[in-house]
Design a protein around this ligand. Structure first.
Ligand SMILES: NC(=O)c1ccc[n+]([C@@H]2O[C@H](COP(=O)([O-])OP(=O)(O)OC[C@H]3O[C@@H](n4cnc5c(N)ncnc54)[C@H](OP(=O)(O)O)[C@@H]3O)[C@@H](O)[C@H]2O)c1
Length: 338
């Protein structure tokens, strides 16, 4: 089958290359999926650069966790899916529902586990979910990582309610899913971005206000001003070291900061003591379970929500898709068609 690999020891996008792999066949508990679209996350850049958890890979791996496709064969004991079903694999293997398991989680597309940038992918039947019917392959491919992370932060952990305020950093995949989910929940959303054009687009998707973090480096103060000094009930921190203390500065009394991303790195992040007087909380988030994915999909289907796809690339142009993400010129999700 046609595939891409990130080669062992890769430290840049030069480590991404085309390859041929044997066609896989399902064992008794597995489904074989013809992948129709894959979608990039920031982590896929980190993995190619050798900066993801655990450092550079020791073996070649097929990259990308997020994909959608059609079941083309099933093992003898499979009961959850039939040939022809439209599915996504889950980001983690074996986390079916509830609290995160205590044993280390295995995620798709990070060393040493193959991902989905290939014609075919194999999943244990328990590690896949049905795709909402109204979504195209490209839209469905965007769901497993960014959407589940945004949903878990706002709904499972945040318990979002109408009338609350949500602060989102930047206009990438996680933040734009969070914008759509928060808007759907009747919350008021403030978005930050380096680009006024992107802030305008965010308004067109329901954001109530935008703050340009380049022009307004103390964006936490601006958020307080926009909320009459109250701050945001939910802050999804995708920035990491350079943004976390301002995220804490912008959170409301009793609010929640979810610690999600590392765009600006994982170095010292300033003091967390602002949480104390506000009696606010900081909660680490690492995607979510299959149950969270399924409940999110039910809401997406009911609301006929359409994920924001910035741009689609052909399979031959997969390296250009990675570079597009590296340029940070995107708004929402980037997709590779297979
Ligand atoms: N913990 C988890 O489960 C989980 C799940 C998914 C993602 N993540 C992490 O979350 C982060 C975002 O992932 P993603 O896939 O959504 O990324 P993405 O689509 O590449 O979005 C990145 C965006 O962040 C914004 N940004 C860049 N520097 C910033 C800064 N200094 N302050 C505020 N915003 C900044 C930019 O938006 P503008 O162009 O609008 O400025 C950029 O487009 C990454 O670190 C990723 O690894 C974690």
């Amino acid at each position: 089958m046609r595939a891409y690999e990130i080669v062992a020891g890769s430290s840049s996008l030069d480590g991404l290359r085309r390859c041929e792999r044997p066609d896989p066949a399902p064992s008794s508990n597995e489904i074989l999926v013809r992948v129709h679209a894959a979608s990039l996350n920031f982590r896929d850049l980190l993995i190619a650069r050798g900066h993801y958890m655990g450092g550079p890979g020791k073996t070649n791996i097929i990259p990308i966790s997020d994909g959608a496709g059609e079941v083309v064969a099933v093992g003898d004991s499979v009961t959850r899916f039939k040939v022809g079903a439209r599915v996504c694999g889950t980001f983690f293997r074996g986390w079916l529902d509830g609290a995160p398991p205590r044993q280390p989680l295995v995620a798709l597309g990070a060393p040493p586990t193959d991902g989905v940038l290939a014609e075919f992918a194999l999943f244990d039947e328990r590690d896949a979910v049905a795709v909402p019917e109204h979504l195209s392959w490209a839209q469905a491919a965007t769901l497993p990582c960014a959407a589940v992370t945004a949903w878990r932060s706002l709904v499972d952990i945040g318990g979002i309610a109408p009338g609350q305020t949500v602060l989102l950093l930047g206009t990438g995949g996680v933040s734009m899913f969070a914008l759509q989910f928060a808007h759907m929940a009747g919350a008021r959303v403030i978005v930050t971005s380096s680009s006024n054009t992107k802030l305008e687009r965010a308004r067109s998707f329901g954001a109530f206000a935008g703050v340009n973090y380049r022009l307004t480096p103390d964006w936490d103060r601006e958020v307080l001003q926009l909320t009459d000094g109250q701050g945001a009930d939910h802050v999804l921190d995708v920035g990491g070291a350079d943004t976390l203390s301002r995220s804490i500065g912008a959170v409301a009394v009793g609010g929640k900061v979810t610690m999600i991303g590392v765009i600006t790195g994982v170095g010292a992040a300033g003091s967390p003591y602002g949480l104390l007087g506000k009696q606010a909380s900081l909660h680490g988030v690492f995607v979510g379970s299959r149950g969270t994915f399924e409940r999110m999909n039910a809401a997406i289907a009911t609301q006929r929500l359409e994920p924001i796809v910035d741009r689609e690339f052909g399979f031959d142009d997969a390296p250009a898709a990675f570079r597009h993400m590296e340029s940070a010129s995107h708004f929402g999700k980037i997709v590779i068609r297979l």
